[in-house]
Ligand binder design. Structure first.
Ligand SMILES: Cc1cc2nc3c(=O)[nH]c(=O)nc-3n(C[C@H](O)[C@H](O)[C@H](O)COP(=O)(O)OP(=O)(O)OC[C@H]3O[C@@H](n4cnc5c(N)ncnc54)[C@H](O)[C@@H]3O)c2cc1C
Length: 488
């Protein structure tokens, strides 16, 4: 690997196998690679454990022969549909470029159920939507006034919203389930800006409207097709699981599960926050404490879609249904795909659970989870004999050593300097990217996209300047704005 061959200047190190290793072939990794190519750097290798690119854009063929349909286990929505009048979500731009088939996702196409069957409590839902809007406005307002962060639960209480009934709890769930964690676990300020920067056009967002991919090549087609526009086969190593990353002033040496060692001048790490937290990959030397504290202080949530296929549709004709159980989070949101414009005739419906409930279902057998779902369907539709499903599947994101959850969520105890440290490079050779590094868009595909671009640009600068990297800032210790005073 030599910078000389790129821009004719002196090179830093010429002994390494590659100039750049991109660790992970999800959106961040692919966009980092594209950015390198745009800067004229082609001596890189994407190292990916799975047998395809796409990462958490992950799909699966579900169903019996003759009625098989592609469903999305991971990312499914494009958040914000604005084009022309303001900034567009770059994922939407890619979807348009590669002709990805989408359907309008209409959150108002919804019916409501509780433990007595179908009951109309849309008024409760509308109140929860208004409460959430108010929550994000008041939460966002704490930034300019420098007020301390608290949880969304505290925020809800301060604006006078205290859900108590199963209906109120499920309505609240439906407006903030996207964080994959409860209001007790989520930062009021960060979730407010994350919401506003994505959905509020007045704050630079991409609009409130959402599209759901129903493309039968899988939503991942979008990023795989983009990769095909610039990637050469020799720039990708699939089925290669990284075990250790040794880093020093000379570069990085990555060791794979099969013992292969690959060295490079620079590495861009894009594996999930969950992988970082769980030591699924070991660093040599271990990462500095400021980095470890940042990694362990952010949280990884889990969002689990549980799919059922039946011979025939017997449920609601809307896109969504809510089920209010006494227990918050027990199979609360249902989505029917057997709809015109979606997957008509597929007989597929799915329920979503998050976080603690995701961990709970991952610990059960498929048969147990299926039985619980059928039980809930029986409660929702007391006058129907629920038939046996023809297919059943759910992914176990939390237990998967390549993810350890579905996406990051910002807790109230995570402060801005922690985030600075989470994003910062360690030494000049090891750079971090991926959705969790995005301050504005953590959790989203577009967060991964922008972080991939940013890391690609920064590492390209390092290479093209002959090793004069512009390091990101970090702080050695994250301190309180004012110290605690303990009086005995
Ligand atoms: C269930 C679910 C629903 C979601 N819904 C949406 C949505 O609707 N809209 C939206 O915008 N976002 C959504 N997201 C979030 C979105 O999918 C992610 O933010 C984005 O895909 C992350 O991209 P990334 O490149 O940062 O990470 P990843 O996609 O995780 O890429 C990292 C890659 O590294 C690989 N890897 C991990 N460990 C190793 C190892 N040891 N060795 C080699 N390779 C390794 C992984 O296989 C993966 O391919 C959802 C995610 C999930 C899981």
């Amino acid at each position: 690997a030599s910078t000389a061959e790129i821009n004719g200047t002196t090179s830093t190190s010429t002994k390494n196998d590659k100039t750049v290793l991109i660790l992970g072939g999800g959106v961040a990794g692919i966009i980092a690679a594209r950015t390198l190519v745009e800067k004229g750097i082609t001596d890189f290798l994407i190292v990916e454990a799975r047998d395809e690119l796409g990462g958490r854009m992950r799909s699966k063929g579900l169903g019996v022969k003759g009625k098989r349909a592609t469903v999305e286990l991971g990312a499914n929505w494009i958040q914000g549909t604005q084009e022309g009048d303001g900034p567009a979500n770059p994922i939407l731009t890619l979807a348009r470029k590669h002709g990805v088939k989408t359907a309008d996702s209409d959150y108002e196409s919804i019916v409501t159920y509780d433990e007595t069957g179908k009951v109309d409590y849309l008024d409760v839902l509308n109140n929860a939507v208004d409460a959430y809007t108010n929550l994000t406005v008041v939460g966002g307002g704490r930034v300019p006034t420098k007020q301390v962060d608290t949880t969304c639960r505290t925020g809800y209480s301060l604006i006078g919203v205290k859900p108590k009934t199963p209906q109120e709890m499920v309505a609240e769930y439906f407006v903030d389930w996207e964080y994959a964690q409860t209001p007790e676990q989520t930062s009021w300020i960060a979730s407010s800006w994350n919401n506003n920067f994505t959905y509020d056009v007045d704050q630079g967002g991409f609009s409130e409207d959402n599209l759901l991919s129903v493309d039968q090549r899988g939503f991942k087609y979008l990023i795989q097709a983009e990769a095909r526009t610039f990637l050469k086969p020799e720039q990708v190593l699939l089925n290669a699981t990284v075990r250790t990353i040794a880093h020093s002033g000379d570069g990085v040496i990555v060791t794979l599960a099969n013992g292969t060692r690959i060295s490079a001048d620079y590495a861009i790490f894009t594996f999930s926050l969950g992988v970082l937290q769980n030591d699924d990959v070991l660093f040599e030397p271990v990462l500095p404490m400021w980095k470890q504290e940042a990694i362990q202080s952010m949280t990884m949530g889990t969002y689990t879609k549980i799919f059922l296929q039946f011979k025939e549709k017997f449920w609601f004709d809307t896109q969504f249904a809510l089920y209010a159980d006494k227990e918050r989070g027990r199979y609360p949101v249902w989505q029917g795909l057997d709809l015109e414009g979606f997957l008509p005739g597929s007989g597929i419906i799915f329920a979503t659970v998050t976080n603690d409930y995701s961990e709970r279902v991952e610990a059960l057998s498929d048969a147990q989870v299926q039985a619980e779902l059928l039980d809930v369907l029986h409660t929702m539709f007391p006058n129907i004999t629920i038939p046996t499903p023809t297919a059943f599947f759910f992914p176990r994101w939390f237990s998967d050593p390549l993810y350890r959850g579905s996406y990051s969520n910002w807790p109230a105890s995570f402060v801005s300097p922690h985030h600075t440290n989470l994003r910062a490079n360690v030494g000049q050779r090891l750079w971090f990217s991926g959705e969790a590094m995005s301050q504005k868009y953590f959790g989203f595909l577009h967060g991964a996209y922008f972080e991939g671009m940013d890391a690609g640009e920064r590492v390209a600068d390092c290479v093209l300047s002959g090793g004069h990297c512009k390091s990101l800032p970090f702080v050695e210790s994250v301190l309180n704005a004012s110290p605690y005073i303990i009086q005995f």
